[in-house]
Design a protein around this ligand. Structure first.
Ligand code: ADP
Ligand code: MG
Length: 249
């Protein structure tokens, strides 16, 4: 650990273990994400990628180890947890928008409720964010009136509206029709270039090459190797990673 607090990683995962019953799904996970860093997590289905994301957002409890966000240990529950969770944005595979609220309401709800912003301020900021992700003209529609790609961009805007310190995206394009994947990846690339700290689970290797500072490869609940995208894709060292890449590239 650094002697200088400001040099600590924004996300610190230390010796984390997690079981579902007898099943050891996270095995001694150590992972740092530095401020402004874009870390891509890849690996076979069932390797624990989603559980890791959910643990960082405290949607799952862990059995041992520690997770710190900006130097603060993830609390068990209560107001502190709500505060920390608002610092960690999360975008899921299924967009999880509120179906009976308009796009604009989806984006303003949490800032008004949790951050006590005025409706006018929240709406102004929401419109800026909806513009940024290219869906401002749909602000008054319900989610079902939008395409999957547009809904996922709204979900990203909603997450950004809370001014998170880090944003976790768990396979954000996996549920999309192929023609909509790029519009969401483009938003993510713009976000990455803007300096946002991001942890992204994805099978989109083109995106990983473009946006990642570091690729983390997981298999069977463990981090098997990590490297820059250039090194990882051209010269993976573990058999598991070689095997995985041979199947998807
Ligand atoms: P990935 O996202 O890499 O596909 P997951 O984190 O979803 O992997 O799952 C890791 C392992 O944990 C899998 O074997 C999965 O079946 C199991 N698992 C995930 N969630 C639960 C749960 N709520 N209860 C029991 N087992 C679970
Ligand atoms: Mg998953």
């Amino acid at each position: 650990m650094s002697a200088f607090p400001e040099e600590r990683a924004l996300v610190e995962v230390r010796g984390v273990n997690k079981y579902f019953g007898q099943h050891h799904v996270l095995k001694d996970i150590d992972l740092d994400v530095q401020k402004g860093e874009v870390v891509i997590v890849i690996g076979p289905s069932g390797s624990g990628k989603s559980t890791l994301c959910r643990s960082i957002n405290r949607l799952e409890t862990i059995d041992s180890g520690e997770i710190c966000i900006d130097g603060n240990l993830l609390p068990e529950e209560g107001r502190q947890l709500a505060q920390l969770r608002s610092e960690v944005g999360m975008v899921f595979q299924a967009f999880n928008l509120f179906a009976h609220k308009t796009v604009l309401e989806n984006v303003t709800l949490a800032p008004i409720k949790v951050h006590k912003q005025s409706k006018a301020d929240a709406e102004k900021r929401a419109m800026d964010l909806l513009k940024r992700v290219g869906v401002a003209e749909h602000a008054q529609k319900l989610p079902a009136q939008l395409s999957g790609g547009q809904q996922q961009r709204v979900a990203i805007a909603r997450s950004l509206a809370m001014d998170p310190k880090v944003i976790l995206l768990d396979e954000p394009t996996s549920a999309l029709d192929p023609e909509m994947i790029n519009e969401v990846l483009d938003v993510m690339i713009e976000l990455a270039r803007s300096g946002m700290t991001m942890l992204v689970v994805t099978h989109e290797m083109g995106f990983a090459r473009k946006a990642a500072d570091r690729v983390v490869f997981m298999a069977d609940g463990a981090i098997v190797e990590q490297a820059t995208p250039e090194t990882f894709f051209s010269n993976p060292t573990s058999d598991r990673a070689k095997d995985f890449l041979s199947k998807i590239l």
